[in-house]
Design a protein around this ligand. Structure first.
Ligand code: CP3
Length: 348
């Protein structure tokens, strides 16, 4: 694997033999780390941090140095794509993302930019260049994007929601408009992911954070074609992980995607997932992030139980969703060390 000193995660994704299970953590670059909070303060706000390549590179690498994870994940956000498509957003502490303009009608689609999204995303590819230089092959770099349904939700609602009912209403009332928007998002996502690969990322992850709000019929018929379009477009590039949170109801269909790894949330058991997905894909996950509120002993026991359940090969250890920002960094570190130490024990 080129000039990578630690390529465990790439080998695990490709189904090649690994000496121990690799580990990284969703939201590892974030508020859980005090040095992140310091850099964020220096940047003034979240969006400035995302748009300043030197600072984004610095916080991307922090978890590699502090936590000892087996991969870095690009510090950015899935919302840079809707912004590049023409919908600017703000991110206020405590309130989450907020878009001034939304897409609710055919007329709203006209406000979207027709320029390639990559014209507006040079700050991301610049950050990737700096990160690759500074990582210097220590661990692989994971790039990412939001999946079409999750990005659609933000573009339609303009903010987070418990029910995403405006988005789900559009699927019912105006399916042609919904398809038009989903299709544009899928194409923009392909351009963006290809630009990340060209800039040097070693792996990719597609986040479908709000998949679980749909049902299998809607997800399989309405959404899955766009997931296929993206996976097909990326199949000859770098290993790809698809994480559709809450979409246990479509796990079989997800396992037919041309991707290497399926991410699992903590509602899904390892043995059931392996049975449904079969042997040809790697599984990623899936410790309940709330376990990290427990004692060191509890974290270690439950992490080892998770590793027992997945087995040694074709598994990338992670939480079942992003780490909660009020978790003690030492507890997060305990999770990572528990994964590494478990394999060490097996080798004795
Ligand atoms: O470490 C990493 O995982 C890399 C960076 C990363 C961020 N967001 C940084 C971030 C990644 C991969 C994301 C993806 C993302 N963003 C998703 C998909 C993953 C998931 O969590 O389901 C989603 C849905 C978003 C949208 C988003 N960004 C929301 C809803 C929020 C507000 C909620 C919150 O956690 O504050 C964000 C903000 C955000 N993105 C923060 C970080 C570190 C917190 C902002 C801050 O520092 O104040």
């Amino acid at each position: 694997m080129g000039n990578l000193q630690n390529d465990l995660i790439i080998r695990a994704a490709k189904g090649l033999k690994v000496e121990r299970t690799p580990v990284w953590v969703m939201r590892q670059a974030g508020r859980v780390l005090a040095p992140y909070r310091a850099v964020r303060q220096q940047a003034g706000n979240f969006i400035n941090l995302v748009k300043t390549p030197e600072l984004a590179a610095e916080v991307t690498i922090q978890p590699v140095d502090i936590l000892g994870v087996d991969a870095a994940i690009l510090f950015s956000d899935i919302l840079v794509v809707p912004e590049a498509m023409g919908l600017p957003y703000t991110m206020d502490e405590g309130r989450g993302p907020w878009f001034e303009n939304t897409i609710r009608s055919e007329k709203d689609l006209l406000q979207l930019s027709s320029a390639p999204v990559t014209d507006h995303l040079a700050y991301v590819t610049d950050a990737i260049g700096l990160i690759k230089r500074d990582l210097n092959g220590r661990v692989p770099l994971i790039g990412f994007a939001g999946a079409p349904w999750t990005i659609f939700c933000y573009m339609v609602e303009g903010r987070g929601s418990k029910t995403f009912s405006l988005s789900r209403a559009m699927l019912q009332r105006d399916p042609n408009l919904a398809h038009d928007l989903l299709s544009r998002i899928a194409d923009a996502t392909i351009q963006y992911l290809k630009a990340q690969v060209e800039a040097g990322v070693d792996m990719l992850q597609l986040f479908d954070s709000w998949a679980g709000i749909l049902n299998s019929e809607v997800y399989n018929v309405f959404i899955m074609p766009y997931m296929h379009r993206i996976c097909e477009a990326m199949k000859d590039t770098v290993p790809l992980t698809v994480f559709a949170k809450g979409a246990f109801f479509s796990l079989k269909e997800l396992s037919d995607l041309r991707c290497n790894t399926i991410g699992l949330d903590w509602h899904t058991s390892a043995s059931w997932a392996r049975q449904v997905v079969g042997e040809d894909k790697t599984l990623q996950g899936n410790l309940d992030p709330a376990v990290l509120y427990g004692s060191f002993e509890q974290i270690k026991t439950q992490t080892h139980a998770m590793l027992d359940a997945f087995g040694e090969q074709r598994h990338i250890a992670n939480l079942g969703h992003g780490v909660y920002p009020d978790i003690d960094a030492e507890h997060l570190k305990c999770f990572i060390e528990s994964v590494k130490e478990y394999q060490y024990k097996l080798d004795q």
